[in-house]
Design a protein around this ligand. Structure first.
Ligand code: AMP
Ligand code: GLY
Length: 421
């Protein structure tokens, strides 16, 4: 089959890499892709949000399956339009994508489904938000309800920080219209895990466990980012916890959506806090995690093309996927300065030396300029490796990274520390 992947990040590189290896897949196209993706897929210069041109492309290329990587086109309704035109699509419709597109909607669904999650209120007015924050006290969490590329959450240790964050969001300063509605939540403590599921109607197939590091700096400090590294499996997600997340969180949410006439096809990503009194839901995403997807694809042994097509066509069997027993880890290399301002266009060299040492380099924010590979985004590379155990996989990645030649590179040196101590 011929598959079109939409997106241009490390997640999409990992998906294209795996689809390229799938026996069921004869051709992989990617829109728009990136220089790394170009080695495993034919890249088409169409933006991931350009719905009319993507639709035309799916038609002219006569693709058999479209896999939508990022959340923005899903929230814009790309999957709805492709499905209306008769295509098999892996990725939820707009109504289901609201689970990620609106944190307020997501919390309402969780409440209706009786799913464990932090106590919350939704606010549109800064004075009312401030009054609630003062009443509840710190620590407290303030979230822009709309999409903010993983950066719209402030975990405030004091009341003044929370009030300032809520006012900034509600005034439109920090996240534009995504901040016009805020969710204010009780602060949960515990270890975080990413629990991903492939969902097709009533069929829900868990993926292997994984964990990412959202904070910019070592020791999980500093501002939240899209994710600075990830690994799979996550030892803290025991089989009992994984089962609890499926039965007490994901099934009730899918059933609640169904009662509203919303049918979910795609990846449902539950961000979970493992609290002393059990797992609680932090958020839902409606796509593979980035960078969680990179180690997951490295461990997946099933034919990804077959799985995603079956999900898209409603024939996904309720059977587990096959995973390698090895551990895999991805360390994200970012542009120094990210998630704030950073330079672009800096030369990146040494990637073949990194790969010669047994790691795979998934590209995210890279571009070609005058025949040279340069950085063009915040998160730039995802250096990924697998090995019989996590410590060995981590050793491979960090050893290999010593071959990177890019002045402006920043990466954390402690990815997977929680799993290894
Ligand atoms: P979200 O995008 O909602 O998952 O939030 C991003 C990150 O903020 C999460 O991965 C957590 O690290 C943190 N976070 C979100 N909600 C809470 C909460 N209620 N309590 C503590 N930390 C949270
Ligand atoms: N790594 C977190 C996310 O994809 O949202």
């Amino acid at each position: 089959m011929k598959v079109l992947v939409v997106g241009s990040g490390g997640r999409e590189h990992a998906l294209c890499w795996k689809l390229h290896q799938s026996p069921s897949v004869t051709q992989v196209l990617c829109a728009p892709g990136n220089p790394g993706i170009a080695s495993v897929a034919r890249c088409l210069a169409i933006a991931a949000e350009d719905i009319p041109t993507l639709l035309q492309c799916a038609q002219s290329e006569q693709v058999d399956l479209v896999v939508v990587g990022p959340e923005v086109p899903l929230v814009m309704g790309l999957a709805d339009q492709l499905r209306s035109a008769g295509f098999a699509v892996f990725g939820p419709d707009q109504a289901a994508a609201e689970l990620e597109g609106s944190k307020a909607f997501s919390k309402q669904i969780m409440q209706e489904a009786g799913v464990p999650t932090a106590a919350f209120e939704v606010h549109h007015n800064a004075d009312e938000a401030e009054a609630l924050i003062r009443r509840w006290g710190a620590p407290i969490v303030v979230k822009a309800s709309g999409l903010a590329a993983g950066k719209g959450v402030v975990v405030a240790e004091d009341v003044e920080t929370a009030v300032a964050a809520a006012r900034d969001m509600l005034s439109g300063n920090s996240f534009g219209s995504a901040g016009a509605e805020v969710v204010i939540e009780a602060c949960l403590r515990g270890e975080e895990a990413s629990c991903l599921f492939i969902v097709s109607g009533d069929t829900i197939v868990p993926l292997a466990s994984s964990q990412d590091h959202k904070a910019l700096n070592e020791g999980d400090r500093g501002p939240n980012t899209g994710g600075m590294g990830a690994y799979s499996p996550a030892p803290c997600v025991t089989p009992a916890i994984a089962d609890g997340v499926l039965e007490q969180i994901v099934r009730p949410v899918i059933a609640t959506l169904k009662q509203r006439g919303i049918h979910f096809i795609g990846t449902l990503y539950a961000g979970i806090m493992l609290c002393d009194d059990g797992p609680k839901t932090l958020e839902f995403n409606v796509r593979f995690g980035d960078p969680e997807c990179q180690p997951l694809m490295m461990r997946l042994q099933s034919d990804l093309g077959t799985v995603l097509l079956a999900a898209a066509q409603g024939t996904l069997e309720d059977v587990p996927l096959q995973w390698s027993d090895e551990s895999a880890i991805c360390v994200v290399v970012a542009s120094r300065g990210y998630p704030a301002a950073f330079n672009k266009g800096e030369s990146i060299k040494g990637l073949s030396d990194i790969e010669a040492q047994g790691a795979t380099v998934f590209h995210a924010g890279t571009a070609m300029k005058d025949g040279q590979l340069v950085n063009n985004g915040g998160r730039v590379l995802g250096v990924t490796a697998s090995a019989p155990d996590l410590a060995a996989a981590r050793e491979t990645v960090y050893q290999a990274l010593s071959a990177l030649r890019w002045q402006g590179a920043y990466y954390r040196r402690d990815i997977a520390h929680r799993a290894l101590t």
